[in-house]
Design a protein around this ligand. Structure first.
Ligand SMILES: NC(=O)C1=CN([C@@H]2O[C@H](COP(=O)(O)OP(=O)(O)OC[C@H]3O[C@@H](n4cnc5c(N)ncnc54)[C@H](OP(=O)(O)O)[C@@H]3O)[C@@H](O)[C@H]2O)C=CC1
Ligand SMILES: O=C1O[C@H](COP(=O)(O)O)[C@@H](O)[C@H](O)[C@H]1O
Length: 597
């Protein structure tokens, strides 16, 4: 195999092996017990397969996050441009396609490889999510999970490590311990380097051994630092892609630092993977309340007619954590809160909130609408942004560190741990409506919410009761994403009694009261969707480009001008500048209004 210096190599996005089409495994033989159904009647590239066993398991069908039955165990994702996408599978019954009899003979197998299995995210989120899916019978009958990392570990040691993070959550059914044992028996480990194709070939042999001739579908989860994404995509693609089923790769954020690096990352990944195979995860899209946003809008008559500049005064997207960057300072310092939270999680929510009604619930229809919103955003101005950084603080005899006290953070770091911004969408629906974002670490509370403040009632008969500030008593719809999921609507209400006194009350849908069951973690939903081939909750490359196009000029300006962040005490409500920014746009932060603070 020819070796040369590749622009996607190590220090940028590493690789040192030239791609030639012949270097790819190009499995050709399809014989399976699957029924092929076109996912979209008009698109032959969306050929999907449903295993009869899976079809028989209704629970599996019901879990698809777009509300459609499972229809997404596509044999081979992608149709062009990538080594993993060379095969074209004709729908059953078409000329040249495999006969029914041959399709009926092979069972499928799912292999999930977590690359970076020794890391924080894998332990905290990915293994527990996979166990929860197994526990809920959402994984196919034949599956295995492989951990891959440089750390030397035996299968047994991996199992020990994972078992410490698995919980018998949900409703503590009596067979949970058994299920845990069964799950752990399906977990294996392979130690290897991230840039060694040879080590992935070894992994491939272990996978094959356990797949035992079944049709193999393979999912790789890249839970690793971004500088090795491309190395792993290359080695996994060349050394361990499925020969007869699909191969998909979940990529964790950050997807670059700006437009240029993100474009470069996409370009490098696409040397080895087709866009259809890349699942860029934004775990906020997997959160229950974010999922519910579209249901609320499009399945209720009462909201959509109000959903525009005609009735909405402003929208607030708020994220805060009551802890600092503890343990992640090294990563955080080269990204900062704007890249860590705003450019992805909050902007994705904004796009879902503001998009027009999609043609259907199909992933492409939804992502088309989201990308239109992102492309309609007014360029962000520095004067519409406030940045902050937490400083040390003592309270109740306890002292809390400053951001720069972290030994992995330079003492003179200007990296923002807090930011607030006013954004605008230049389209007919949202012209002039401020979308205020606020994200901060080491704030007094942990929360994520969407607040919609409505205009005041014109000619309100009861305006006397509100005093001079009519905006103070307008309706406000709150979607509390976390903690304690809820949707509530603030309304003006008559206080019972003989007089006419109004107060503010909530129509409150508190999830724990209405749905007293545990809400699945975002990673469960997203992993299941990736297994099913459902891309709706994953970020398409043009969405990513549009998101970076919005934030890159601002980030450059902040860095070039060395804007000094406003210091705020650890555990406070954030910098005062955020209030001035809101006031400039005639907005009061709903979370600090006194009613909800
Ligand atoms: N942790 C979290 O809460 C979140 C993480 N993410 C993203 O998920 C990915 C994984 O995160 P996380 O688990 O925290 O990351 P870790 O820093 O824990 O890294 C994961 C694994 O990658 C290997 N690794 C770490 N640093 C390097 C390096 N410099 N070169 C080569 N290998 C390295 C290590 O495995 P070994 O040494 O055994 O090879 C490590 O166990 C990252 O992209 C992160 O940004 C996204 C959202 C939240
Ligand atoms: O992506 C990230 O998200 C977490 C917050 O996620 P949550 O689900 O716990 O709200 C954040 O702590 C981290 O900095 C960021 O990278």
């Amino acid at each position: 195999m020819a070796r040369h210096l590749n622009p996607c190599s190590s220090s940028s996005y590493s690789s040192s092996t030239t791609f030639t089409p012949s270097s790819f495994k190009n499995g050709t033989h399809l014989s399976s017990r699957f029924i092929i159904v076109p996912r979209k009647p008009h698109s032959s590239s969306w050929v999907s397969l449903i295993h009869p066993r899976i079809r028989a398991r209704n629970h599996f069908q019901l879990k698809s996050s777009n509300g459609h039955p499972l229809n997404a165990v596509s044999l081979q994702d992608g149709t062009a441009g990538s080594p993993l996408a060379k095969k074209h599978i004709e729908p059953r019954g078409k000329k040249g396609s495999l006969p029914f009899s041959e399709l009926d003979n092979v069972e499928s197998h799912l292999s999930i490889t977590i690359v970076g299995a020794s890391g924080d995210l894998a332990k905290k989120k990915i293994f527990p999510a996979l166990f929860a899916l197994y526990y809920e019978d959402c994984l196919p009958k034949n599956f295995i999970v492989f951990g891959y990392a440089r750390t030397k570990m035996t299968d047994e040691e991996l199992r020990n490590m994972i078992s410490r993070t698995l919980t018998c959550r949900i409703d503590k059914r009596e067979n949970c311990e058994d299920k845990m044992d069964h799950f752990l028996k399906r977990c294996f480990y392979h130690s290897g380097l991230y840039d060694s194709e040879e080590h992935f070939v070894e992994l491939n042999s272990k996978l094959k051994e356990r797949e035992a001739g079944k049709l193999s579908n393979r999912l790789f989860y890249l839970s690793i630092p971004p500088n090795i994404f491309v190395d792993v995509a290359r080695c996994a693609s060349l050394g361990a892609s499925s020969e007869n089923g699909w191969t998909r790769v979940i990529v964790e954020k950050p997807f670059g630092r700006d437009s240029k690096s993100s474009g470069e990352l996409t370009r490098c990944l696409k040397q080895y993977l087709a866009e259809d195979q890349i699942f860029r995860i934004d775990h906020y899209l997997g959160k229950e309340l974010v999922e519910n946003l579209s249901v609320l809008r499009f399945a209720n008559l009462i909201f959509e007619p109000l959903w525009s500049r005609n009735c909405i005064r402003n929208v607030q997207l708020i994220f805060s954590e009551d802890f600092g960057t503890e343990g992640r300072g090294g990563y955080f310092d080269s990204y900062g809160i704007i890249r860590d939270i705003m450019q992805n999680h909050l902007l994705q929510i904004l796009a879902l909130f503001a998009m027009e009604s999609p043609v259907s619930l199909d992933a492409e229809d939804i992502r088309n609408e989201k990308v239109k919103v992102l492309r309609s955003m007014r360029p962000l101005q520095l004067e519409d942004v406030v940045v902050g950084q937490y400083k040390g603080h003592s309270k109740g005899g306890k002292s809390y560190p400053a951001y720069t006290d972290d030994p992995t953070v330079p003492n003179d770091s200007l990296t923002p741990t807090f930011a607030a911004a006013a954004l605008f969408i230049n389209n007919a629906r949202w012209d002039g409506v401020p979308f205020l974002m606020k994200a901060g670490k080491a704030i007094h509370t942990k929360r994520a919410e969407i607040r919609v403040q409505f205009r005041h009632v014109p000619g309100n008969l009861y305006k006397r009761n509100f005093g001079t500030d009519l905006d103070k008593a307008t309706n406000e719809l709150v979607l509390r994403v976390q903690p304690d999921e809820a949707i509530y609507l603030k309304i003006n209400n008559k206080v019972p009694g003989l007089g006419m006194r109004l107060d503010r009350s909530d129509l409150n849908l508190l999830y724990r009261a209405r749905y007293p069951r545990e809400i699945p973690d975002a990673y469960e939903r997203l992993l299941l969707d990736a297994i099913e081939g459902e891309r709706r909750l994953f970020i398409r490359s043009d969405e990513l480009d549009a998101a970076w196009a919005l934030f890159t000029p601002l980030l450059n300006e902040l860095e070039e001008k060395k804007i000094v962040p406003e210091l705020y005490p650890h555990g406070s409500r954030g910098p005062v500048g955020a209030h001035y920014l809101a006031a400039k746009h005639n907005v009061r932060w709903g979370d600090l209004s006194g009613e909800d603070s």
